[in-house]
Design a protein. Structure first.
Length: 308
């Protein structure tokens, strides 16, 4: 193999690991203090808190998103940009400011699962699959609950519901470059905080390759290197430095309840009793169904994962 072709991917992988090591040092507090400890960026308690979870594909972002989706004080959107071809920043701003995201049909691609949907994977949010939007609380409820974005009644209900909450949380990996978020970060009406999720790139690669041929492009080493570069870009970008929080997936998977407390504390969000109860119920659950909301596979070691 050409020496330059070998050195370049090794350099990016090493850089990605340096983010993890420098940012965390084995302790989740290290990275939080680095970004938030010396600034006065956090909004007053009465101000809404909008959070954008930025992550790479198969990095554990759904699990991180669940710690907000399970919180009744927030409206949670699960990948609302799925299928959108343009106007992505505007769609996010509308969602964050309690407007109805205008993901028009002419702005959607031809993916079969989006032809009848107005806003991406709305049914991936437990919030939108629960009362008042749906009388049965079901994850992935597209076949059992009505799309709240399709009727005027549903849209009004969404706006009213959003305005009663303390903020909006959006989990996405389609806007994953710092410069794509500049407008939202600078907009005082949004008051945006970013959480950038980082995961061991080796685990992401293994996870993607297990998903089959449909995700072949995501399973290429070049794509993993590109994702590492994006995390580096977030890490060194001074323009968003005071608005970003880095979180390591391995840490929240190991101690989810403690990690959630730390994330909430640094964002000055109350860890309410209902959320704590959900954590406790999932931790002591006896069935897979009960564990599903907060479960992670802790049984396998990294060596076992790599060996398949």
């Amino acid at each position: 193999m050409n020496r330059e072709k070998l050195i370049q991917p090794l350099f990016f992988l090493l850089s990605c690991f340096l983010i993890v090591l420098y940012g965390y040092g084995g302790h989740i507090n290290d990275v939080y203090d680095r970004n938030f400890g010396r600034s006065n960026l956090l909004a007053p308690e009465e101000q809404r808190k909008n959070i954008y979870i930025s992550a790479s594909f198969r990095s554990g972002s759904s699990f991180l998103g669940s710690i907000f989706d399970q919180n009744p004080d927030f409206l949670y959107y699960f990948e609302p940009l799925t299928g959108s071809k343009s106007d992505r920043e505007e769609i996010l701003k509308e969602a964050f400011t309690c407007q109805v995201p205008r993901n028009r049909k002419d702005n959607l691609n031809d993916s079969f699962h989006l032809r009848q949907t107005t806003v991406g994977h709305w049914h991936g949010s437990e919030t939108l699959c629960s009362p008042p939007f749906c009388q049965e609380a079901k994850m992935w409820c597209s076949n059992k609950c009505a799309d709240p974005f399709k009727t005027e009644e549903g849209k009004k209900m969404l706006v009213d519901f959003c305005e009663e909450k303390k903020g909006v949380v959006i989990k996405e990996f389609r806007l994953d470059k710092p410069e794509q978020l500049y407008t939202l970060v600078d907009d005082t009406s949004v008051n945006l905080k970013i959480i950038r999720l980082i995961r061991d790139p080796r685990i992401m690669l293994v996870s993607r390759r297990k998903m089959g041929k449909i995700y072949a492009n995501q399973s290429k080493l070049e794509q993993i290197l590109e994702d590492c570069q994006k995390s580096l870009d977030f890490f060194i970008d001074s323009r968003i430095h005071n608005s970003i929080l880095f979180v390591r997936y391995e840490e929240i998977a190991r101690v989810p309840k403690n990690s959630t407390h730390q994330i909430y504390d640094h964002l000055k969000i109350e860890m309410n009793d209902e959320l704590i109860e959900k954590f406790d119920n999932a931790t002591h659950a006896n069935t897979d169904k009960d564990k599903s909301k907060f479960s992670v596979n802790k049984a396998k070691t990294e060596v076992e994962i790599f060996d398949g």
